[in-house]
Design a protein around this ligand. Sequence first.
Ligand code: GSH
Length: 219
Amino acid sequence: MEKVKLFATWSSPFVKRIVWALKLKNIECEIIYEDLANKSPELLKYNPIHKKVPVLVHNEIAVCESLVILEYIDETWNDVYPLLPEDPLERANERFWAKFGDEQVLPSFFGYVMKQGKDQEEAKETMSAHLKRVEQLLSEKKFFSGDRLGFLDLAFGWLAENSRPLEVITGLKLVDEDSLPNIYTWKDKFLSIPSIQECWPDQETLIAKYQKMKESESK
Ligand SMILES: N[C@@H](CCC(=O)N[C@@H](CS)C(=O)NCC(=O)O)C(=O)O
């Protein structure tokens, strides 16, 4: 009997991509919610290097780092809803952009919204340049991975999930229909997938969380 556990928090953008993949592939999983201010001994045991969520534990063996976990899930349960393309070059390309998303786009996005005044103005240029690249990558495609939602869509899911709540608390236009029409349209398509919808966080709770975060950043 397979035993799958996921160490998680409800709002982590890194955790959500794993939750969506498990749902798309119908994998039964026990979710253990962590208090990151008081991490459990299990989390520290399973992820002693980074001490972060998500951690996937499959038959007592831990896999850490969300993009690594996504690939592990895809390779282990490949018969249901494959996420990465079969072609090695296309796979490499998706991995490249997923890494770029996590290392450049995501930090610049959250960095911009959490900053104030002049610092925020300075951060805007970097974030806009990164989002333009994502816009071009999406091009006229329905999903990042083509006609069907795949690995890269899950990797960029944080953008669909967080842009509206962050627009509400900051009053900024982050994913604007006129300047980023491909991303704007993709967000709706992403959300229209039932497995994604079922695991969509409550937007009001997300707004309250980011509101608190922004207040503490400005102190
Ligand atoms: N690169 C990691 C990032 C994971 C990460 O930053 N997780 C945050 C929650 S969103 C965390 O566990 N933070 C706890 C800490 O920094 O102590 C991944 O992709 O899994």
